[in-house]
Design a protein around this ligand. Structure first.
Ligand code: SF4
Length: 449
């Protein structure tokens, strides 16, 4: 008899992709994904430890699951992702009702782990020793297509881990060193996805710009720009995106792709993190504010309409008001279309956790508000630039009477569903919409006549 699985994903797109892989593997083992946690036979929390807040949410959700498990003793609870990788079996001490802890590179073993649990092995025997987990090859042969999982857009992992060791970041310790996935595997996965009806592909890695610098791909001499060109040429790829990039590795070869490749979407997420060189140095980001601004100018010279978004951390240890002002200056100069901004928080196993000169919480909160308020104004001004233009959108949600879609520049657009029955828009369809209103987070429009 089939069982049900509910997956809750925290954090980044790498985690979203890992959740998809786990659900796909579990589907082959007879599990059906469900949207509600209550009543599910299996609950997976795919965790993120990059910010303290996300980690706190995981433990509070686990606390709630304790009650559910008392009422439903057959419930299985799995903790996956970066918190699992970081805490390992310590999680059982704090949350004894958890059944399996699975690290970031062991997700392919989850169905087998569940089976072993049913066969009577103890959770401590099953849950791997995280110390050894990085010796396991992170990429496995592709899973066979599953029509139940067909969607119109998908992430394709092209590399894992990171070699940059930014002082605030847990990724090198939770996901290991950078490994690029072989080109043939990536293209094979893209082929299978497009055969299932996927139209938009996002190539995914912690630092896609350095794709091909690590084995086994280094021997193939395929850099990220080459990989983009190969993927873009594949039949069925209507839209191509990628994330995430590190400014230090952004080459002019990659920028040139925005000029040459018609199905490469004109959106670039380029995390700056801080505008002050002294803070960037303490973060161990290997670029300066001058280099960052130079790269933005160069990128815009290749693709003037490109929408640029960023990540910012405010209140890094030692950040003075003058340092913060330089972050505000970067915001004014680049006028990002959007940004993800956060207050700095100490994370376990990071160098910055030991730094002195921690910034007062109140000061961090006040700086974050100043940054976000100004970003909101700029986003609104940027979005207003689209009013009166006709833009290509891809449908991503259909509700009665209204449709949500996404532009090539990654803006969300809402528009009324067509009343004529001859126009029947489905998920993944593209159409033209004329923008007639702009908010700070989205646009509104009507179907272009
Ligand atoms: S580049 Fe820095 S912030 Fe990004 S994953 Fe690597 S270590 Fe973390």
């Amino acid at each position: 008899m089939s069982k049900t699985v509910f997956t809750k994903t925290f954090g980044c797109q790498m985690n979203e992709r890992d959740s998809e892989i786990m659900e796909q593997l579990l589907a082959q083992a007879g599990y059906i994904p469900v949207a509600e946690q209550s009543g599910a036979d299996l609950v997976i929390l795919n965790t993120c430890s990059i910010r303290a807040k996300a980690e706190q949410k995981v433990f509070s959700l686990l606390g709630m699951l304790r009650k559910q498990k008392k009422e439903q003793p057959g419930l299985r609870i799995v903790v996956a992702g970066c918190v699992a990788q970081q805490e390992g079996q310590q999680i059982f001490k704090r949350m004894p009702h958890v059944d399996i802890v699975v690290g970031t590179q062991q997700i392919y073993q989850l169905p087998d782990m569940l089976l072993r649990l049913e066969q009577g092995e103890t959770k401590r025997e099953i849950s791997c020793d995280m110390e050894k987990s990085f010796s396991i090859p992170p990429f496995q042969k592709l899973l066979s297509p599953s029509p139940a999982l067909t969607e119109f857009r998908k992430f394709v992992t092209i590399m894992q881990g990171c070699n940059n060791f930014c002082t605030y970041c847990v990724v090198p310790s939770t996901r290991g060193r950078e490994i690029s996935r072989p080109v043939a595997d990536i293209l094979e996965e893209v082929t299978l996805l497009t055969q299932q009806g996927v139209k938009e592909i996002t190539l995914l890695g912690q630092n896609v710009n350095s794709y091909g610098c690590t084995n086994p791909v280094a021997e193939q001499k395929t850099g990220f720009a080459d990989l983009l060109r190969l993927t873009a040429k594949m039949s069925g790829v209507d839209r191509l995106r990628f994330t995430t990039s590190n400014p230090q590795d952004l080459s002019s070869g990659l920028m040139q792709c925005f000029k040459d490749i018609p199905n490469l979407c004109p959106h670039f997420h380029l995390p700056v993190q801080a505008g002050s060189n002294s803070v960037l140095k303490k973060m161990h980001r290997k670029y300066t504010r001058e280099l960052y601004l130079e790269k933005v100018d160069q990128l815009r010279s290749f693709c003037p309409e490109i929408a640029i978004s960023t990540d910012v951390i405010v209140g890094f240890p030692g950040e003075s008001e003058e340092d913060f002002q330089q972050t505000m200056e970067i915001l004014e100069t680049v006028r990002f279309h959007g940004s993800f901004s956060f207050k700095y928080s100490d994370r376990p196993n990071t160098r910055s956790a030991d730094f002195a000169d921690k910034v007062d919480e109140k000061v961090k909160g006040e700086r974050l508000k100043r940054f976000q308020d100004r970003q909101d104004q700029i986003s609104l001004e940027r979005n207003r630039e689209y009013i009166g233009t006709s833009v290509e959108v891809m449908v991503e949600k259909c509700k009665p009477g209204s449709i949500q879609a996404r532009t090539r520049s990654n803006h969300i657009v809402h528009f009324p569903a067509p009343v004529e029955t001859s126009v029947n828009l489905q998920l993944g369809d593209t159409t033209l919409v004329t923008i007639n209103h702009a908010g700070k987070h989205s646009l509104n429009g009507v179907l272009t006549e």
